[in-house]
Ligand binder design. Sequence first.
Ligand SMILES: [Zn+2]
Length: 405
Amino acid sequence: MADHKVVCWDCSSVVDDPYVNNCPKCGGLLTVKMDLRPVKEMRPEDLRKENIGVWRYAPFMPVDPSNKVSIQEGGTPLYKTDRLSKELGVSQAYVKFEGLNPTGSFKDRGMTIGVSHAKELGAKVVGCASTGNTSASLAAYAAKADMKCAVFLPSGKVAAGKLAQALFYGAKVLSIDGNFDDALDLALKMAEERKIYLLNSINPYRPEGQKSVLFEIMDQLRYNVPDRIILPVGNAANIWAVYKAIQELKEVGWISKVPKLTGIQAEGSAPVAKAFAAGKKDFIAEEHPETIATAIRIGNPVSGRKALHAIYDTKGFSTTVTDKEIISAQQLLGKKEGVCVEPASAASIAGLKKLLSMGIIDKNEKVVCICTGNGLKDPDTIMDNSPPVIPCKNSVKDVERILNQ
Ligand SMILES: [Zn+2]
């Protein structure tokens, strides 16, 4: 564990109260400032004694491993996707498949650190307001840690299927009178009164665990830094976490080159991409975001300003893709590489295709696409876009006829 402090990203004040999620002085976003001096004495090989995964990078993490709550998150494959590269016309594309985390999404990287920190604080109850991958992940880590887990949701707008994992892991899923903001406000109030430890995206410890996806990519590429990393952007904490990891590796002298961070949003839910197109440092929230990629259907991203900073500072890019392009990219990845990602994840592949055709990405670049979640989380979308089952007579001849069609 590295010594660290929680500071305000806007005014640099040090924040000591572990239960606050915004700067008490200016209301700004919080972030963790690590003291990496001990890591400067180390080399990447020194960490390879531990299995690949979030906790291999414990010297970069703000939690003592003795409080570890882990379900062996991270250590996901980095596929060299030659067939996809050929199809898209790029020399080297890789896919980091985060859908193979314990609950099927990258959220587990942040939750192992967030829930371990909650344990360190002595919290007995954790909570979040979320219908998707966040609640699934938190519920699993709370189960492992023997903590109660509360999921706050607006009444009447809850699709049970999306909550299957949270319910399965034993979370108390609460249907609150009011809209999503009311549900989140109640969760924040519970956190302020220290009745729960809140693990929504605004929590500054979660991005610390999410940094590990970048550390792993570098490890898997033997520190041959890629030219570009492409990610889907929803609440925008992940692109921020990847940026923070890059800065920390630079600080300890393990890399000198910086990959261009490229954030892809869905056309109907694109506050960050629109701000980038206008050259702005801040975004305008969208009231009614809409896209098939539910994991990035977010109109007011918590870490939107941090994401824009990450993109500008690495000379990256941001753009939008349509739902049609997302589904087509999802299917392409399945058919060319045997990888099944959820629609939000496919946005990174769709973005690569679009930016190659626009000439923003050069065909000689080495590109890593981060695919954040497993396609099996959203089987309805897969079935809606797949051909039907084929009726077949009980005969070899009929099977052959069909296979030759
Ligand atoms: Zn502040």
